[in-house]
Design a protein around this ligand. Structure first.
Ligand SMILES: [Zn+2]
Length: 251
């Protein structure tokens, strides 16, 4: 009995092994999803869902609007209807901000101050005409190619949405990359998301955003999107929303 059973058993094992060798990939592919979905059902916590269409990325009055060199504001001379002056914040040029950003900047500056970090607003909302004047001035001084790396053309500036803020700390890094190394720069980098802000032009993303590293330029997108970008490690709006890189203007 045993001498008859063993050869059969061995034959069966060998056949199974041969089958696995031949069809190894296919069987792995067909069996794996079943295993992993069974595991997920049993143990995994639900994946947090994030609705990327909750706000418009085209409407210039939306907190998620994506403005870059390939995405002019529409209308090009857009002016926010909800401009408001932040209260209790030093504001170099007394620029207003769109309502949610104005309230958020009051909170972020107060929170930083509570931790001994001082910061204030250089620039907030700049209208089409003001941006035109600035851009033309930079073009005259440095030439258009250079100006395009650090100053947005009118109708393409986030400042025209009222949702962008340039910060300073009265140190030696006014609108300079070294702001990233200041106490204010570090505090903003670590804490801005909680208040709904992102650094819009992070280091190393010039070929995506079209602008050099601007550690002083923060953009209000709301705490939900800021948190999701932080969670997923995607640090540009272009990449997060699957938009084309915008290194240069179309013309
Ligand atoms: Zn700015």
């Amino acid at each position: 009995m045993r001498t008859q059973k063993n050869p059969l058993w061995i034959t069966a094992v060998l056949s199974a092994a041969t089958l696995l060798t031949v069809t190894g990939c296919a069987s792995a592919e067909t069996s794996q999803p079943k295993t992993s979905s069974a595991t997920k059902t049993a143990t995994a916590t639900p994946t947090p869902t994030f609705d990327k269409t909750a706000h418009s990325i085209d409407d210039p009055s939306s907190i998620w609007v994506v403005s870059n060199k390939l995405r002019p504001l529409n209308p090009i001379d857009f002016r926010p209807a909800n401009l408001s002056m932040p209260v209790g914040v030093e504001n170099e040029f007394n620029h207003p901000l769109s309502e949610p950003a104005a309230r958020a900047v009051e909170q972020i500056v107060a929170a930083a101050a509570a931790e001994g970090v001082s910061m204030h607003i250089i620039s907030g909302f700049r209208d089409y005409g003001l941006q035109q004047g600035l851009y033309n001035k930079y073009v005259a001084r440095d030439g258009q190619t250079a100006a395009d790396t650090y100053s947005a053309r009118p109708g393409h500036s986030e400042h025209q949405t009222g949702l962008a803020i340039d910060f300073d700390d009265h140190g030696n890094c006014y609108l300079n990359a070294c702001f990233a190394e200041t106490a204010a720069g570090k505090w903003l980098s670590a804490n801005a998301a909680k208040f709904g802000f992102i650094n819009r032009y992070p280091a190393g993303t010039e070929s995506i955003t079209g602008f050099q590293f601007e550690p002083w330029h923060y953009r209000y997108v709301g705490p939900e999107l800021a948190a999701e970008m932080q969670r997923t490690g995607v640090n540009t709006l272009e990449q997060f929303f699957g938009l084309p890189n915008a290194p240069t203007y179309a013309n």
